[in-house]
Design a protein around this ligand. Structure first.
Ligand code: AMP
Length: 551
């Protein structure tokens, strides 16, 4: 017997139409690249998104066409989120912090047809435009007044001209909820970046779950400021969940330093924000040095890297701001676990509560998880035994874009994180099985760094490991064994990276060793090196020029 209830496809456009009808006058405030503060409403956003959907269709964007963006958090980017996905095309958010060669590789792999970008990234796009094989239209996200008088990009289009070229008489199309909606690449594994293609269904279900009280806890009474970039796993879904609940949205644009963020928090009455620990370090540094207080902020969502216990204490004890520690991945769009206490834990001594909050949290409905040993056998939830974390659920990747083999093991996705799970279901990451480095929330590929070092004539073997860093969480440290009789200095080796990688990928230091630890098959035992040198940079001055702060 079938149920007799209405069935409507779970489409991203329904989030916007809900916000327009039920929260039409709610504000969306953006700090613009142009330098000013821009104010709009969900009603206006919805209208302009419809205009934009028509304008994109006129550029040949059809169902499934990939539309790339390279942009900060702002209202135009938000319009693209809804216009592209809502019309059945696929929004592909590119990370501007990658090296130009990687941007080209990713845009080609995704087969982007249109590329929309903020003026900040004009030099980057100018540098790569002629190499982008599939991009037919370049759109600068600006008005006519801010278009460059000269540019290397042929036929550069103006975003505001496109929007105003159409009226908003447009009905969002209905289609299968499993259709692709958006695309993010992850560099969080070895090899080329991998494309994760979200669906409308996975996104809307993620939106429902992420807004729950024991998840990000969002409501129409909130003023949400996502510091986490919209080019990083859809800013943890906040552009969708804010519309779903009718929260005021404050978008910080390029102003990610402590002073700019604090100013927006106070001016706009922000109640909840979200970002990686490095961002909060900058903000706390500013607030502490100026003796300031948060007058409206009640909670902050911290994820992307482990939240340091001292940061948790400072937010909660000194500023009365609740920390919501969350774990997720690009492959989960991204939310998997959230560290909010259960009822019986609220009676525990404060130190015990903090120890629980420091864990990465418990699974939200929609995500199941387990930990397994090297043979794949499931391990107990005792908070002690650790194993690789496996997940499955409504918004977990099934297959990478154009991937020929499934990443799944018996239907579960191996995360590459090593974790314990306690009897209350709180997961804690204890190690990482994947060979990567996460610095200020951005991935650095250790294999790429090793391959470059190995190309130096004086290097016999090279390993790049994640060393702990007070500010950036992790920074790359290069361990090198020289060829017999060869000489090379640290400075020469570091200079060898110039132009080959993004500047902020350059290792912080080089350790020269006489021999490398090798396993039985001759493979380098990098975990041995990690054990030996992971604290190496703790003694160094805290500097990593050019390292970005992200999600
Ligand atoms: P990404 O795909 O860039 O979002 O990175 C996902 C990875 O970041 C996870 O697999 C973890 O290794 C790491 N990560 C995310 N959140 C946390 C957290 N709260 N604590 C520790 N590591 C985290």
């Amino acid at each position: 017997m079938q149920g007799q209830m209405q069935a409507q496809p779970l489409l991203i456009s329904t989030l916007l139409t809900h916000a327009e009808r039920h929260h039409g006058s709610q504000e969306v405030v953006s700090r613009r690249v142009e330098g000013d503060i821009h104010r709009t409403t969900y009603a206006e956003l919805a209208s302009r998104s419809r205009q934009l959907a028509k304008a994109l269709a006129a550029l040949g964007v059809q169902t499934g066409t990939r539309v790339g963006t390279i942009a900060w958090n702002g209202y135009r980017h938000l319009e693209l989120y809804y216009a592209v996905s809502g019309s059945g095309a696929v929004l592909h958010t590119l990370n501007p912090r990658l090296h130009a060669d990687q941007v080209v590789w990713i845009a080609d792999h995704a087969q982007d047809h249109v590329l929309c970008f903020d003026k900040t990234f004009l030099p980057l796009v100018e540098a790569v435009a002629s190499r982008l094989a599939t991009v037919k239209h370049f759109v600068l996200m600006a008005d006519r007044e801010h278009m460059p008088t000269q540019t290397a990009i042929p036929n550069l289009l103006c975003y505001e001209d496109l929007v105003s070229s159409q009226n908003d008489a447009y009905t969002w199309p209905q289609f299968d909820e499993s259709s692709a909606s958006s695309l993010c690449y992850t560099s969080g594994t070895t090899g080329h970046p991998k494309g994760v293609l979200y669906s409308h269904r996975s996104t809307v279900l993620h939106t429902f779950a992420s807004a729950l009280p024991d998840a990000l806890n969002l409501s129409a009474r909130d003023v949400v400021l996502p510091v986490v970039p919209m080019f990083h796993v859809n800013a943890w879904g906040l552009p969708y969940s804010a519309c779903m609940v009718g929260a005021k949205l404050v978008l910080p644009g390029p102003g990610l330093d402590g002073a700019s963020l604090y100013e927006l928090f106070e001016a706009e009455g922000v109640t909840v924000s979200a970002g990686v620990p490095t961002v909060w370090q900058g903000l706390l540094g500013h607030v502490q040095s100026k003796g300031l207080r948060f007058s409206t902020m009640t909670r902050t969502i911290i994820g992307g890297s482990a939240c340091p216990p001292a940061m948790l204490d400072t937010f909660e004890d000194t500023y009365g701001v609740q920390v919501i520690h969350a774990w997720g991945m690009t492959e989960l769009s991204p939310i998997g676990t959230v560290g909010i206490l259960k009822g019986h834990q609220q009676a525990l001594p404060k130190a015990d509560q903090r120890a629980i909050q420091s864990k990465q949290g418990r699974g939200v409905y929609g995500i199941d998880m387990k930990i397994v040993d090297a043979e794949g056998a499931e391990l107990p939830w005792d908070g002690k035994v650790s194993g690789e974390l496996m997940v499955r659920g409504h918004w977990v990747v099934n297959q990478y874009l154009k991937g020929d083999t499934s990443p799944l093991v018996d239907g579960w996705f191996p995360t590459g994180d090593v974790a314990t799970i306690d009897a209350d279901g709180f997961m804690q990451i204890t190690d990482r099985a994947k060979d990567v480095i996460k610095s200020g929330g951005e991935w650095i590929g250790s294999i790429d760094l090793e391959n470059i070092a190995m190309a130096h004539p004086a290097v016999a073997m090279a390993a790049c490991i994640a060393a702990k860093h007070a500010k950036w969480d992790e920074r790359p440290l290069l361990v090198v064994m020289k060829k017999p009789g060869a000489e090379v200095s640290k400075e020469e080796l570091l200079a060898f990276y110039d132009g080959k990688i993004a500047k902020w990928w350059t290792p912080d230091d080089v350790v020269f060793v006489d021999s490398m630890p090798l396993g039985a098959t001759g493979k380098m035992l990098k975990h041995r090196l990690r054990d030996l040198y992971q604290d190496h940079l703790q003694a160094q001055p805290a500097c990593a020029p050019g390292t970005p702060v992200s999600a």
